[in-house]
Design a protein around this ligand. Structure first.
Ligand SMILES: [Zn+2]
Length: 336
């Protein structure tokens, strides 16, 4: 029987033997792959993993073919040896996921995930590919650029790359365009342009929401206030401008207060460069416009609270609008 505890430790770094020299550590990777009934040895990075042809053939047509070819290496016990070019860590991870199907290892390192995915693709091991993809996707919010590259180069375009591109919308577009991510050098500039175009489109759509709001919910103070000293505009929607010509247009629609127009206009400018992930509860930002409202005795007291409440619904509106923006990705032209 396999002992799961050392297996877990190897992935969490909680290995009591981690003070042994490097080669011994690599040898430890094979600790859980010692079977009396093994009928194949997978050698990788100088480490021998005992395994079973039946299990590997079942998940990989490539392994199945390899086992059918005559080999020239055997162990002392006469078990055939197949030597792979992958590192011991990669083969350890691959075999661990095959042999321990209940608890997937918790990968901390994106490079380990990438190498494993490449091996899974090479050996056509579909069975665990989506489980690794899930782990990759879970890191998309933290490292969207790197995850995007790994997903694209591992054939996980729809499953993970699009999620990573979505998380890039939380970056300011200027940061996205200028921050050094080593992986960006690995792919075609056309792909990078597709990402930037997507970001720009989403920014436009997000900003548009600031002028697509119909003045519903007439309890909003910026619509209700009727005092003559609280300047407002007459408009059938909230324009994303504070142009004075709009302030003088006349129609039957409720007036929108100038301090509110200033707020929604500033919010639109933020969304244009960072469609997702802006802090809608940024007190400094809200206070600036709530202070503008405080010049009016009606608008002033509820302004901060109402802006906060408004933002809760508006954030959802922005997200829903961005979700409809298509992302064109040319998978075939991805790598240099
Ligand atoms: Zn007012």
């Amino acid at each position: 029987m396999l002992n799961r505890e050392p297996y877990r430790r190897l992935f969490t770094g909680d290995n009591p033997n981690n003070d042994v020299p490097g080669n011994d550590e690599s040898q430890n990777l094979a600790d859980n792959f010692q079977f009396d009934d093994a009928d194949i040895i997978i050698r990788a990075g100088g480490v021998d993993f005992q395994a079973h042809k039946f299990i590997l053939s079942h998940v990989s047509p490539i392994f199945k073919d390899m086992f059918s070819l005559p080999g020239n290496q055997t162990s002392q016990k006469g078990v055939p040896i197949i030597e792979l070019v992958e590192s011991a860590q990669v083969i350890h991870d691959l075999l661990s996921m095959l042999y321990h199907s209940v608890n997937d290892p918790d990968f901390n390192n994106l490079n380990d995930i990438h190498r494993l995915l490449l091996a899974l693709r090479k050996y056509d091991v579909e069975k665990i590919c989506m489980r690794v993809a899930k782990q990759l996707e879970a890191k998309a919010a933290e490292s969207p650029g790197r995850v995007f590259y790994i997903a694209m180069s591992s054939g996980l375009v729809d499953d993970v790359a699009r999620t990573a591109a979505w998380h890039m919308l939380s970056q300011n577009i200027f940061d996205l365009a200028t921050t050094h991510v080593p992986e960006y050098n690995q792919f075609h500039v056309g792909t990078f342009q597709q990402l930037l175009r997507y970001h720009v489109k989403c920014g436009d759509v997000a900003k548009e929401q600031c002028s697509n709001l119909r003045p519903q919910g007439l309890d909003w103070i910026w619509l209700q206030c009727r005092t003559s000293d609280c300047k407002g505009s007459f408009s059938d929607r909230f324009p994303d401008t504070s142009d004075d010509r709009l302030l003088s247009s006349r129609n039957q629609h409720p007036s929108v207060k100038r301090w509110w127009l200033d707020y929604i206009s500033a919010l639109g400018e933020r969304l244009k460069v960072q469609p997702l992930g802006i802090d809608y509860s940024d007190e400094g930002f809200l206070k600036k416009y709530a202070d503008g409202a405080s010049k009016c005795s009606i608008c002033g007291p509820p302004a901060m609270y109402q802006l906060t409440k408004f933002n809760e619904g508006f954030e959802k509106q922005v997200r829903a609008a961005i979700e409809n923006v298509p992302l064109e990705l040319d998978e075939d032209d991805f790598l240099l």
